[in-house]
Design a protein around this ligand. Sequence first.
Ligand code: MLT
Length: 404
Amino acid sequence: MYKINDNYLKLQGSYLFSTIGKKVAEYSLANPEKSIIRLGIGDVTQPLAPAIIEALHSAVDEMGKAETFRGYAPELGYEFLRNAIAKNDYEDRGADIQADEIFVSDGAKSDSGNIQEIFSLDNRVAVCDPVYPVYLDANVMAGRTGEFNKGTERFDNVVYMPCREENGFVPELPKEPADLIYLCFPNNPTGSAITKAQLQEWVDYANRTGAVIIYDAAYEAYISEAEVPHTIFECEGARTCAIELKSFSKNAGFTGTRLGYTVIPKDLKCGGVSLHSLWARRHGTKYNGAPYIIQKAGEAVYSEAGKRQLKEQVAYYMNNAKIIKEGLKETGYTVYGGVNAPYIWLKTPDKTTSWEFFDYLLERANVVGTPGSGFGPSGEGYFRLTAFGSYENTVAAMERIKKL
Ligand code: MLT
């Protein structure tokens, strides 16, 4: 008789964005006349930039001719893309990362879920609270956590690092031992950022205690302030304690096209074993590489035209962020984020819970957002709105909210 992986039974409900999707679909079915504005999941709405479309077309044509057709991609990614990433995302920022330390993948969500596989189940995981659910759920599925404790609303054997108003939504160094530390900055969901000096403290802490930092920099393109680092590898000593996850979803609109990468420096070693070689082994065994066509589109992100067009796209979304933030402030809400990230984190009014506010906004304004408590117990009393909608929908959503 077979047995299931019963760690899955420890998971709470369904994936946050599936739950929201279901609730909105039910509401929509019952109220077909209502026009719903979705500012919930952080999914982009603007079309791929012309430079990317051009690269896609030409790569498709290459696949149609025997002389330029490509089969399996190199497991770790095509060199043209890894070189472009190394130059633009690292060398140009003074960060020492080589092309052969970059692993191209189908996106940061898969990598952030899969990276835990190269670590022992004995490791203690530390996550921010609130947190992007994938880091925690992937470790629950693997069996690296205890049971879910309904009283504390937390999994046993996990270090939760609260991110609240009092600490500017940047966690303090853990007081208990932690081995795998997940950090995401600019942050999803709170929209907060970390300064280089603050991040340096984390790098020093990890090197001192023998922890590894899994640094999710998916929202890096939205950084507007000079003191905010674009990569953890700007910090001294990060090569011996950090892994970085990057995505093409938010900076270049690849949520549907899928492309991302993970950086594992060759200096990152555990008792003489290189984590780079473990991840290369894992990639080689379980993954056949992101499609050629998509990697060519990724290369276009770093072309002069691509960079210019994407800067405009990021500015478009950040203008939405400003509209939301200022609109909410005028209406009397307490609001955070929206300066270095495309997320606005607002305090729910009159002590309403995050889910009560979700229902209120859906039913009264037909606007969908994300309840803060869906990201962890410290998110209770907060609510996330994304700036990834269209300009028109963002303006319309704010008008509806102001009228409530
Ligand atoms: C979010 O809304 O938090 C993100 O879109 C989810 C993701 O990037 O997977």
